[in-house]
Every structure is written in structure tokens, then in C-alpha cells.
Design a binder for this molecule. Sequence first.
Ligand code: AMP
Ligand code: MG
Length: 401
Amino acid sequence: MRSVAEHQQVIAEMIRPRKPVQIPLAQTLGLVLAEDIVAPLSLPVFDNSAMDGYAVLAEDTAAATPEQPIVLPVAEDIPAGRTDQLTLQPGTAHRIMTGAPMPAGATAVVPVEATDGGMTEVQIREPAAAGKHVRPTGGDVTAGTTVLRAGAAVTPASLGLVAALGLPDLPVIPRQRVLVISTGTELVTSGTPLQPGQIYESNAVMLAAAVREAGAEVVATATAGDDVGEFTAILDRYAGQADLIITSGGVSAGAYEVVKDAFGRDGDQGVQFVKVAMQPGMPQGVGRVGGTPIVTLPGNPVSALVSFEVFIRPALRAAMGLPDPHRPHHSAVLTEAVTSPRGKRQFRRAVLDPATNQVSSYGPPASHHLRWLASANGLLDIPEDVVGVPAGTEVQVWDLR
Ligand code: AMP
Ligand code: MG
């Protein structure tokens, strides 16, 4: 049997980053920069007022006091967005608004609160030092400075910065494009009444959501019955658009294993079927279809999602250059004893209480218990060689929150 670590490595090596692309800002949130970003201009772009008030020559206000205000004639208003360059005549003031360009020759802004707010002449009650309430050109960013580094994930704040610099798009490592295929003749989509022996399909929407949560995008989700022709028709239609194909079901030891049947059981058709020493999720497959990587997961919903967490999520995120491809791991104190199969790494659904740093195993280890999975916030990671863990032991937990 292959270890979890070995299978993780095979998948991580197969899922490769896409070529960097230049895309509009609005589509880049969460993606990773492929290049350093250098400021094409300075911020602020021009000297401007930090306050609503009066642009003045600082010296003209030196003698101002509340009892003996200075009185200056008021020239034209300068609202934000005024594009002509005005020049201050010494001994006068311009009413100016926050963000409006300073007139040439003005050296300070007196806030409106320190004046009588006059329109034709203004009484100034406080002196303003040179530079006061002026936001100087380049005070934030100097043109030519590297403002963001390659390898950093795009955040709302970094988008604000590059938008302010006038950049329409960013060079990023694009999202991985993933095709999700469910298999099973018993599967029916919601809205159709169930016949005896049928169940509602649940892996496609779940795995597609997990793909998106990992930061990747979904090319399509599709369901095939246990029919090789139906399954390969889906591959023919979508595989060429995908960077990764994920299937669920049809890889166990029984008959009617459509994924195994489609690729041949001996690995000669590019997909290798292996047993991985883990619970849940022992039957796994990995390979390529016409050059596109494929990971074939077992069909039980818990096995499928846990396998996605263990093998695919970190590999997808690493291929997108994300700085934190893995879930955070914590050690926490187990509240009650659990058992674990000898020779298999067990991933139990768990509830982690960060306030007490305690963790409880949640529900039975069986791989069809969706309800437990839905309410868990962690995965207990119990090593291969451990067969039982007493209550009170420090254990490793993957934090799914
Ligand atoms: P398989 O791996 O195909 O043998 O499926 C194992 C179990 O998982 C069976 O009980 C299937 O009915 C169930 N299963 C497989 N695929 C899905 C799916 N997409 N949605 C819900 N249950 C599934
Ligand atoms: Mg099946």
C-alpha cells in the first residue's frame, strides 16, 4: 500500500502552475502576483489639501490669534477635481476642499474650523505652519518604487493601491481549471423522484464547492452512470478545457467500477489505481487523460471530500502559488478515547474548540456519514502506527474553519 505522504507527493508533482496572465483587477482577488509591481506614478499625484479650508502662504497667518484674527481676501474656490493650475497671490486665500490641488505658491491650509468660513474675505484665527494640512506629491508612494512583490496574494487593499496607481490589470498566476465528474448509475439529480435503489447525487456540488473554496475554478460538473461510453463522452467534451479532472466513485474492488473500467485496471492507459494506507479513502487513482492530470476519488461522500482535503486542495493551492497551501494544523487535547486501524492513517471528523484547545471526534469513522462531516470543523490526523488514542492525549488536528 502507498502511504498518504507518497500519494500526496505524486499528485503535488503532477498539478503544475499555469502560465502567468495579465488580467483585469476585478478578477484577481486571491490570486498570486507573478511579478513585482512598480509604481508608474507617485501618490499623491500632486500636492493637495488634506482638509476643507483655505490655501494660504503660511507667513501670512503667523500673527493670527482667536482675539486678533487675520483677514485675507478670498480668491476663486478650488474644489476637488479642478484641473487648471491656479497661483496664490500673497496676502490672499483660496477656499479649498479636501483632495483639491494646492495653488502654486500656497504653503499651508487653514482648516475651515479655524476661520469664520468667509466667502469674500476670511478671518483666520490660528497660524498655520508651512506644510500644514498639505499632502505632498509622493508622500505615500514615489514613482518607481516596488509596491507589491511577486508571490504575494492579491487582497482588497492591494487592489486599492494598484487602482490608485492607474493600473488596469495585474500579472497573476491564473486559477487552476477543474472538471468534476461524479459516477454511479444509482445517482439522480434533485427534483427527480427517487426510484427504489436510487440516491441523490451529492459529490458534484460538494467537490465543486471545495474546488472554489481552494481558490480554483470549475470548468463543469457532470454525472455519468456506470457506463464507460457515458463517462468517456464527458471526458471528450470537457477534459481539454481543464487543468485537472476529479472523478468520484467507480474505483473500488467490485464490478461496475466505471472509472477503472474506462482506464484499464493495470495502469497502461495513463491512470494508475492504488490503495493508500488511510481511512477513509483507501482506493485512489492518479494519472493523465490526453495530457490532463486526473485524480480519481472514491465515491463515498466522506471519502471523496477527505481525499480532496488531503491530496488535491494543497496541490491546487501550491500550483496557484498561494503562500499557505495547507490547512493550519494545531495540537489539541482529545476529549474521549478513539480507535484507529493498524497501518492506516486515519482522518476523523472532529470538532475543535479553540477556547479550550480541546478536540472531540465527531461521529463514526464510516465514510457515508455526511451529517457529521457537515458539522465538523476539523480533521483529526491519527498516524498509521497508532491503534488507539486515550482521552487527554495531545493530537494533531487540521483546522477546516
Ligand atoms: P463507489 O466508490 O462508486 O463504489 O461508491 C461508493 C458509495 O458512494 C456508494 O454507496 C455510492 O452510492 C456512493 N456514491 C458514489 N458517488 C456518489 C455521489 N456522487 N453522490 C452520492 N453518493 C455517491
Ligand atoms: Mg459507484
